[in-house]
Design a protein around this ligand. Structure first.
Ligand SMILES: [Mg+2]
Length: 231
């Protein structure tokens, strides 16, 4: 597919596309499982946490604060309403460590942004908690490459149509790069855009989805391969 000269803007997912994220949530989940080990099996803890997360995301959105509520709800149920102090503060420590973990850019990102800058308007299109995502954007050191950062409430077709409109683009002018089939790839091709998939080895269960069939999806091994298509 020849994409050169066809797009003015490139939209980038952030978590697990520009920087590592999911691995830190998996580490937090492992710590939570260890904290609740006297109450049930590791599978039982994970199943309960998963259910509580799915309950809370529609109410409170994505991010570590919602994760804290989900963990507290799960622990409360597993402790049958008698939540010990050390479990509550253990959860709080897990979430604090998660929110302030060491920042790690994904390999190839910075050189790719450097090469694309000046040729395209680069925009971060992420979803999650506004404060949390903007903090990550600022400390990433990548903001100098981007025109701006959009924190979207969710990433479905409706949100991408709004993203196009906000940036004065037609839906088919959306070119998205991201790791999540459900959030970055499927909705973009469904509205007529083009999507580059940069797979990440750790995928959140909530984000799992089969890859749709479309000639407007391009699979990459590393983000720097977009340069072959776009420069
Ligand atoms: Mg992502």
């Amino acid at each position: 597919m020849d994409l050169k000269g066809k797009f003015t803007h490139i939209f980038f997912d952030a978590d697990d596309t520009l920087w590592e994220n999911e691995q830190f949530f998996r580490d937090a989940e492992a710590q939570f499982t260890e904290l609740l080990k006297d109450y049930t099996s590791p599978e039982g803890v994970q199943e309960m946490l998963w259910r509580k997360q799915e309950d809370n995301i529609p109410l409170f959105g994505y991010g570590s604060k919602t994760y804290m509520i989900g963990m507290t709800d799960a622990a409360m149920d597993l402790c049958e309403g008698q939540l010990p102090e050390h479990i509550y503060y253990g959860i709080k420590k897990i979430i604090t460590d998660l929110a302030f973990h060491e920042f790690q850019l994904i390999e190839g990102v910075e050189e790719t942004l450097q090469a694309l800058q000046g040729h395209y308007t680069l925009v971060v299109a992420t979803k999650g908690d506004l404060t949390e995502q903007m903090n990550k954007y600022r400390i990433s050191g990548l903001s100098k490459y981007f025109h701006h950062c959009e924190v979207m409430e969710n990433k479905d077709e409706k949100n991408y149509l709004e993203l196009a409109q906000k940036n004065n683009l037609q839906p088919e002018q959306i070119l998205m790069i991201g790791n999540s089939v459900k959030s970055d790839i499927a909705p973009v091709v469904n509205i007529g855009g083009v999507a580059f998939h940069t797979p990440h080895e750790v995928v959140w269960v909530h984000e799992m989805m089969d890859m749709p069939q479309s000639d407007r999806i391009i699979e990459l091994n590393n983000i720097r391969e977009v340069l072959d298509f776009l420069l």
